[in-house]
Design a protein around this ligand. Sequence first.
Ligand SMILES: NC(=O)c1ccc[n+]([C@@H]2O[C@H](COP(=O)([O-])OP(=O)(O)OC[C@H]3O[C@@H](n4cnc5c(N)ncnc54)[C@H](OP(=O)(O)O)[C@@H]3O)[C@@H](O)[C@H]2O)c1
Length: 254
Amino acid sequence: MRGKVAIVTGASRGIGKAVALGFAREGAAVVVAARSETAPHEKLPGTIHETAAQVEALGGRALAVRCDVTDEASVTAMVERSLGEFGRIDVLVNNAAVDFAYPVLGTPVKRWELVLRVNVTGPFLCARAVLPTMIQQGGGSIINISSLAAAERGSGTVGYSAAYAASKAALDRFTWALAAEVGRHNIAVNALKPSRVIDTEGMRMWADEDERIDWSSPDRMVACAVFLARQDARSVSGTVATDEELVSWHGLHA
Ligand SMILES: NC(=O)c1ccc[n+]([C@@H]2O[C@H](COP(=O)([O-])OP(=O)(O)OC[C@H]3O[C@@H](n4cnc5c(N)ncnc54)[C@H](OP(=O)(O)O)[C@@H]3O)[C@@H](O)[C@H]2O)c1
């Protein structure tokens, strides 16, 4: 990925942070986009500046930008700063997301709308903001981080998360629609979902120690994100797949 510039939303912690560091190891310059400049509270560590510092410690180039993906002006400013710093944008990872595990009966409209705004409107705003640059450059890769919750019919891995399930189903559908729309500009659009629960700061907020037994590291997600970041519309696009599927279909080492 040497010479490429990647924006990773939600890179202050969790999978987004792991992907940002993975891209840096592959030689990409990384824009670390999320809201936290100081850790929100002790149970939720991670800031954009810490991730950027770790990218730089690996010898990479990083730009930490405070960005709320639900805010159009904030997204526009983040993309403008990225272009100002690095002059191009090759990859966008729409990773930022929230979940509120409440039953429908008892979910305030505000919570419902927040999940949809972060998980669906955010990827739309970020994609729309980078497309002119990618089109002008003649290609690019957009990766939407989705979830098995999009297609689970029982309570699945995510109980009491109707808003989250609906948002990730919408993100999968957005992936197909956008892939069809921008293929002629040689821009790949794919969705990637973890096949198992990944041990992240966000997940830890919701689970006790004894519930974390089968949790995985983000390593395989990182390998798959690196693989998808290298694609354009003439290679792999319009795929909605888990990390396990991508590893076996494409013989990835992860
Ligand atoms: N972990 C899993 O097992 C799992 C399973 C299935 C799917 N996923 C998906 O993988 C992705 C990452 O999950 P994770 O477990 O790493 O989550 P996490 O630890 O909770 O991190 C979420 C990230 O999103 C950012 N974020 C939230 N709202 C934002 C907003 N309005 N604007 C900008 N950034 C925002 C947070 O940063 P700030 O708070 O600093 O803004 C944080 O960096 C998500 O799309 C999630 O749905 C995860």
